[in-house]
Design a protein. Structure first.
Length: 373
C-alpha cells in the first residue's frame, strides 16, 4: 500500500501517519520551485542585512518578543504589547499568566537556539527541552492514557467537532519523532532544500503532536531553529507567526489536506510564501529600528556626549528600561543611571512611567515601531 492510500480516520489515533520523506512528485513541482526561489532570495537578503548591523543582539530581542507574542496568540493566549513589555521590568508577582506564557516562549526559543549551536543538530531531547520550558513542566512525550484529540475551534455549528486524532503510544510517537529529526539532520540521506524541509517538518511535527499541550508553539520554534541549524539565518529573527495569524484559516485547512489527502504542494507553497513575506517584513522592520537607533545615537552624542553608545543600545533591547538594566562593568552607579535616563527624558527620547514602586522609562518611538503590524 502506498503512502498516498494509507487509510485515515479522524476519530482514531493516526498511528499510520506515513514516515518522511513524502512523495517527491508532491514536493518538487514547478510551482514549488518558483516559490522556493523567491523565499530563498528574501531570506538571503535578510541574513545579509542582519550581518551588517553593528550589534545584532540589540535587535534580536525585540523581534523575538514579537514572535513570542504572535505565536501565543495563535493558541488564544493574549497579552497587550504594553503589558508584555512592562513585565520585563516588573517583579514576578505583578506578571499576568498570559504574559508569563509569552515570556516562556521566548525563553524556550533561546534554549533551543543555544542547544543546536552546541550540538549542531535538532534531537528529540531538544524538542522535549523546548516543551518543558514553554509549559513549565517536567514531563515529556505524552503517555498512552492521554487521549489527545484536536477539535475545530470557533463558535460555528461545527465548533467542538473532532477534526484529527494524533498518533498514540510512546513507542509510536518516539519512532515518528526519530524519523522526523533524522529527516531534519541527515542532509545526505534526505537531500532537500532546507526550506522544503522546513515546510515538511512543520506539518509532520504538528501531525505527530507529541506533547500534552504546547505543540503549536514548539512546532513554530522548531521552524525558526531549523533555519538557524541550516545556516539560513545566524540568529532567530524571522517572525513567522504573524503570517499564520493573518491566514489562520488557510493554515489549518492546508494542514488538514495533507493529512486527509496527502496534498503537499499547496501546503509547501503556503509555508514558502510565509518565509518570503515574513523576511520582507523583518527586513523593513530592522531597517526602521536601525534608522531610529542611528538618529537617537546622533542626538545623544550631540547633546549628552558623556553617555556611551552601549547605554543607547540597551534602550533598544526592549521598549521599557529601568535604571538597573543600564548597570554594567562600565556603569556601576544606580544614581548615575537614573541621571542618564532623566537627561534623555528631557531630550524627548524617553517617557517615565511608574510600575508599582519603580519608575521605568519607555522608548516611545521604539514602542510605536514595534506596535505597527
Amino acid at each position: 500500500m502506498s503512502k498516498a492510500t494509507i487509510p485515515y480516520d479522524r476519530l482514531k489515533p493516526y498511528n499510520n501517519l506515513p514516515l518522511l520523506p513524502p512523495d517527491d512528485k508532491q514536493v518538487i513541482t514547478i510551482e514549488v520551485l518558483k516559490a522556493l526561489n523567491n523565499a530563498n532570495k528574501a531570506l538571503a537578503e535578510l541574513k545579509g542585512l542582519a550581518r551588517k548591523l553593528p550589534n545584532q543582539s540589540m535587535l534580536v530581542n525585540t523581534i523575538v518578543l514579537r514572535e513570542a507574542k504572535a505565536s501565543s496568540e495563535i493558541e488564544n493566549i493574549f497579552t497587550t504589547e504594553d503589558e508584555l513589555y512592562k513585565t520585563l521590568t516588573a517583579n514576578e508577582s505583578t506578571i499576568s499568566g498570559s504574559a508569563k506564557e509569552v515570556l516562556r516562549y521566548r525563553e524556550a526559543l533561546w534554549k533551543g537556539y543555544n542547544a543546536i549551536r552546541e550540538e549542531g543538530k535538532i534531537t528529540n531531547n531538544t524538542l522535549i527541552k523546548i516543551y518543558r520550558v514553554i509549559k513549565n513542566v517536567n514531563d515529556g512525550i505524552r503517555p498512552p492514557q492521554t487521549e489527545t484529540i484536536i477539535k475545530k475551534r470557533g463558535s460555528g455549528l461545527l465548533s467542538g467537532e473532532v477534526i484529527y486524532t494524533p498518533p498514540r503510544g510512546e513507542q509510536v510517537i518516539e519512532e515518528k519523532l526519530s524519523n522526523l529529526t533524522e529527516y531534519i539532520n541527515d542532509d545526505d540521506k534526505y537531500d532537500y532544500d532546507p526550506l522544503i524541509k522546513l515546510a515538511v517538518t512543520h506539518y509532520q511535527f504538528e501531525a505527530i503532536h507529541p506533547f500534552r499541550d504546547g505543540n503549536g508553539r514548539v512546532g513554530r520554534i522548531l521552524s525558526i531553529l531549523l533555519m538557524n541549524q541550516k545556516h539560513l539565518l545566524d540568529t532567530p529573527i524571522l517572525y513567522l507567526s504573524a503570517y499564520i495569524i493573518k491566514r489562520k484559516d488557510d493554515y489549518y485547512r492546508l494542514l488538514s489536506e495533507v493529512t486527509s489527502r496527502r496534498q503537499w504542494t499547496k501546503w509547501i507553497i503556503y509555508m514558502l510564501k510565509a518565509v518570503e513575506e515574513t523576511s520582507i517584513y523583518t527586513i523593513n522592520k530592522i531597517e526602521e529600528i536601525d534608522s531610529l537607533f542611528d538618529k537617537t545615537l546622533k542626538l545623544v552624542e550631540a547633546k549628552l556626549p558623556h553617555i556611551r553608545k552601549e547605554v543607547i543600545e540597551k534602550l533598544f533591547e526592549q521598549p521599557y528600561t529601568s535604571p538597573k538594566r543600564l548597570l554594567d562593568k562600565n556603569l556601576k552607579s544606580l544614581n548615575t543611571a537614573k541621571k542618564y535616563l532623566g537627561q534623555m527624558e528631557e531630550l524627548g527620547i524617553l517617557v517615565p512611567e511608574k510600575i508599582g514602586k519603580e519608575v521605568v522609562y519607555l522608548n516611545i518611538d521604539l514602542y510605536n515601531l514595534l506596535s505597527e503590524t
